[in-house]
Design a binder for this molecule. Structure first.
Ligand code: FES
Length: 487
């Protein structure tokens, strides 16, 4: 009999992004009932999703579906305690179901016997008795198990599924991740502060399921909070295979507080002759909360003039390790300091922020990123965030270089495109940013203009203005064009 799954779980089981399933829903290939998809439909569309029909342990080890097997093997197991807790909970659920079934069975057998005694003189009762016998025989007949059901059970133990209320967002908790880490990895904008159990800002209320504590915390919840089910998301993981929690999420940049941190230089690395990667690390107890696509101001302790506002090039899912692309720039004292070797590992760098509205909008349209030179920094952060969210049906990148080493991370684009079916990219070169923008938009129109997309454009003023005007002239609605001008 078909089972019903959420789109989120279905995508996990068959190993495709949620956006791909959502697109098939829109095109009518998948029909939903109460927002759920049936395993029958899923197996019809993804027939390769199969397991060996042998013993349970063998099912995990000898998995015929290569993709599912690989996904299982790649998973980090949670700690022994958490694994034991999840198995125990699942065993309890199974025991409950068995007990109910046994009682139903005993009831049906008793009724059948009574019916048999009464049916001797009454043809209608005799027909009812036969119907009951046939139905019982069918119910007790051994049928092959639903493959997706088995896979779902295996996944439940290895990675718990968390549902967030009131948003309804879902994410899985893998390995040793806390609820907070797993939520951030999934691209959610959860509320938090220190990340290590001392501020209390990551409080969530558990409304269904169980949690397991992962570390000692300095912050103490009140007795009332404890009795209401509150826990710290940064110090707990999922103890049951399914968990529902209530938590606030940031709606946008306005919900992210201004912060001041003193970070340390982890490394300065040459990406290309005129581009450096600046890797900063925050203190363990004071991380940067930001949204993908936002910028911060960096200031060297050496002097007031040594400040620069730069877009963060890394993903908010790693809030300790912050990456920036610094281009050689004779007008920037900060850049000159970076290129002159004035920043060494361990040096302190002040950080203020985050600022900026260049963040992913909610929605499920295909995403198109248009970048020029180091405009790739916020775009890279957005792409990584979009990959975490796993909601866009496709991602396309069009990257213009106005200088010889402008494509300083082309290898990263190649790696994404080789690893991900949903990602494609094209590189362009033109010394003139405006002419390059026209060239890029012409390519965008030729490639995917008939697709209803969201466009994210980042780079110098001339590039952004031209690209935006060209896109608008081509008929893209204003609310679907997001821009970031880099100074
Ligand atoms: S983020 Fe500070 S206590 Fe969890």
């Amino acid at each position: 009999m078909a089972q019903w799954l959420t789109i989120w779980r279905a995508a996990q089981l068959v190993g495709v992004p949620r956006g791909v399933l959502q697109q098939r829903v829109r095109s009518g290939e998948i029909e939903l009932a109460d927002g759920l998809v049936s395993t029958e439909t899923l197996l019809r569309l993804y027939p390769q999703t199969e397991l060996e029909a042998s013993g349970m342990l063998e099912r995990v080890v000898h998995i015929r579906d290569e993709a599912f097997g690989r996904r299982l093997r790649e998973r980090l197991l949670p700690s022994q305690e958490v694994l034991a807790q999840r198995l125990f909970n699942q065993g309890q659920e199974l025991a409950d179901v068995q007990r109910h079934l046994q009682r139903y069975h005993a009831l049906v057998i008793a009724l059948r016997e009574q019916l048999a005694a009464l049916a001797t003189d009454d043809p209608r009762l005799a027909a009812l008795h036969r119907q009951l016998n046939d139905g019982l025989a069918r119910a007790l007949a051994t049928e092959s198990v639903d493959r997706l059901d088995v896979m779902d059970d295996v996944l439940k133990v290895m990675s718990a599924q968390v549902t967030l209320r009131p948003s309804g967002h879902q994410f899985s908790v893998e390995g040793h991740d806390t609820l907070l880490q797993a939520g951030l990895r999934a691209g959610l904008k959860l509320n938090y502060g220190c990340g290590n159990g001392s501020c209390g800002m990551c409080k969530v209320r558990v409304t269904d399921g169980q949690v397991a504590r992962t570390m000692h915390t300095d912050y103490v919840l009140s007795e009332t909070e404890k009795s209401q089910g509150y826990v710290l998301a940064c110090a707990h993981t999922a103890g049951s295979a399914e968990l529902t929690i209530e938590s606030l999420e940031a709606a946008g940049p306005a919900d992210i507080p201004a912060q001041h941190l003193v970070t340390q230089v982890r490394a300065v690395r040459e990406l290309a002759p005129d581009t450096r990667l600046l890797h900063l690390q925050t203190p363990r107890s004071h991380r940067l909360r930001f949204l993908a696509g936002q910028s911060v101001t960096l200031g060297l302790a050496l002097g007031e003039g040594l400040r620069s506002t730069l877009p963060i090039a890394s993903c908010p899912c790693d809030d300790r390790n912050l990456h920036f692309f610094v281009a050689r720039d004779a007008d920037s004292a900060f850049a000159q300091q970076v290129f002159a070797g004035g920043l060494k590992p361990g040096d302190a760098v002040n950080l203020w922020g985050p600022v900026g509205e260049f963040v992913l909008a909610d929605g499920q349209r295909p995403l198109v990123f248009v970048a020029c030179d180091t405009g790739f920094a916020p775009v890279k952060s957005l792409i990584e965030h979009a990959l975490s969210l796993d909601a866009a049906p496709s991602l396309s990148l069009f990257w213009l270089a106005t200088r010889p080493d402008g494509h300083f991370l082309a290898n990263q684009c190649r790696a994404w495109s080789e690893a991900l079916d949903l990602f494609e990219y094209a590189l362009f070169t033109d010394a003139d940013a405006s002419a390059g923008a026209r060239q890029v938009v012409t390519a965008v129109r030729a490639d995917l203009f008939d697709i209803d997309c969201d466009f994210y454009v980042a780079g110098p003023q001339a590039f952004v203005a031209t690209a935006r005007d060209e896109l608008r002239a081509a008929g893209v609605p204003a609310p679907q064009v997001f821009v970031e001008v880099l100074s």
